[in-house]
Ligand binder design. Structure first.
Ligand code: G6P
Ligand code: MN
Length: 448
């Protein structure tokens, strides 16, 4: 089994590799090809993975290449986690928005639109190359904004592209643990879009225990989401929102907190990551130990703008988890061993009120035929309305990126619920064009 990792020089690659090392099952991944456009980062990651594999039985063979075609040929699975424009792009996504007084964040709000605009053309190119050289491979997309990017890739590859995220599984794990239930044995019923969904049921031993959790402020406060949204708001919603909904429900607080911090998340990561890659080059022998340290620091400071000052994350929340979702998905497909996972898939008729070709984040049963939505709760009222609006933004942004139309790019920004004026959308696009060459390059018309 061959796994190709696009963005193979990226910081989170050892998480995926670590999951593969722990998998001694039949039909496991035996070959990993790292692909990246940056040879320096590729070399660092090859070294980190070699150190990580030390002492493990039968680790997968790891090679690296900058040729996309060579990387994709013969792949059974393609894992995509690229960052078009790098962390400098992420910083610009944040800063341009903040300078307009609106939310500056990686995937949510105008920053997510700007990130999507420059990423979709690259994702389409990858999908087209996959269609050419690896037509039967499955693509697991972690590239953000994952809902939008998965949807764009599906326009080329159909259902062979599946989007993943660690936030729904993290929410389910925290909710189950707060009830003292075994997260692995709990059924999580969740519905929405990527970074915009709600936990609606939590089945433990055949019974839905979410009402009990929602009714118990102390239990809720044991979860990150409980502290983020407050028990009263969760009770009023009757569901537990994904942590990213903080940016919608507490927009002012989020903007104030980000503006009040010394550095944005992107600025922090730009410094931290540069230091990690530089140190790994200078002291190759200590590269894996350096990665472990940097990774822990990254997790400890995740979503800091939404937490009270000095509030530490729980130890089990530092585990992340998207690599577990990726591995479970590959296993279920390759072994035809059914697994229940929350994934980003084509809607079809799953969520009435959202377009059939919209990518939604819902519980799925996965086997060798791929994921199939199962047991998806209803999405209605205000939650459906918000999802419809944000999905419309995704659609317009994909059309803008594919046609190179600045008019459509402005429209996508203007329609976003976190952009408060069409004028702001125009200023935002001008700012993004000026700051992000990868975005400027894809837009052909000057008129906004
Ligand atoms: C979670 C989300 C990802 C997002 C990441 C940001 O894992 O699911 O979609 O990219 O957080 O974390 P970072 O450490 O880059 O701020
Ligand atoms: Mn995510």
């Amino acid at each position: 089994m061959k796994l190709t990792i696009l963005g193979g020089g990226g910081f989170r690659v050892p998480l995926v590799h670590g999951a593969l090392l722990a998998d001694q099952g039949e039909g496991r991944i035996t070959e990993v090809v790292l692909h990246d456009v940056d040879t320096g980062r590729l070399a660092v990651m090859e070294n980190v993975l070699a150190q990580q594999a030390a002492g493990h039985d039968a680790p997968p063979r790891v090679t690296a290449t900058t040729s996309l075609t060579a990387a994709l040929e013969g792949a059974d699975f393609v894992f995509s986690a690229i960052r078009v424009g790098g962390l400098a792009g992420r910083v610009a996504d944040e800063q341009v928005a903040l300078s307009c007084g609106v939310l500056g964040q990686e995937t949510t709000g105008p920053g997510g639109v700007a990130y999507g605009l420059r990423t979709v053309p690259v994702a389409i190119e990858i999908a087209e190359r996959m269609a050419d050289v690896a037509p039967s491979a499955w693509c697991i997309n972690f590239t953000n904004p994952a809902g939008m990017v998965t949807q764009a890739m599906q326009q080329v590859l159909g259902d062979r592209v599946v989007g993943i995220c660690d936030s729904p599984v993290g929410l389910g794990r925290r909710a189950a643990a707060a009830l003292g239930a075994d997260p692995a044995a709990s059924g999580i019923s969740y519905v929405g879009l990527n970074h915009l969904g709600w936990l609606r049921r939590l089945d433990v031993d055949g019974a839905d225990r979410l009402p009990e959790l929602i009714g118990d402020p102390d239990a809720l406060l044991r979860t990150e989401e409980g502290r983020l949204f407050g028990p009263a708001w969760i009770q009023d919603l009757g569901a537990i929102p994904n942590e990213y909904l903080y940016y919608y429900y507490f927009t002012r607080e989020a903007i104030a907190s980000i503006r009040g911090s010394a550095r944005t998340r992107g600025e922090f990561l730009l410094d931290q990551q540069q230091a990690f890659y530089a140190a790994a080059r200078q002291q190759p022998g200590a590269a894996y130990a350096g990665w472990v340290r940097a990774r822990r620091e990254r997790e400890e400071t995740y979503l800091a703008e939404a937490r009270a000052e000095g509030e530490a994350r729980a130890e089990e929340d530092l585990a992340g988890g998207y690599e577990g979702v990726a591995l479970a998905l590959m296993r279920a497909i390759a072994q035809d061993a059914p697994a229940s996972l929350i994934l980003n898939v084509r809607n079809g008729s799953t969520v009435p009120g959202l377009p059939a070709d919209a990518v939604v984040e819902v519980p799925c049963l996965v086997d060798s035929a791929g994921p199939r939505p199962v047991g998806v709760p209803d999405l209605t009222g205000a939650e459906l309305g918000l999802a419809q609006q944000v999905k419309a933004v995704d659609e317009v942004a994909i059309a803008a990126a594919r046609s190179g139309s600045a008019r459509l790019a402005t429209k996508a920004l203007a329609l976003h619920p976190l952009v408060d004026s069409v004028t702001t959308a125009r200023v935002l696009l001008e700012g993004y064009r000026a700051r992000i060459p990868e975005l400027a390059r894809i837009l052909s018309d000057r008129t906004v």
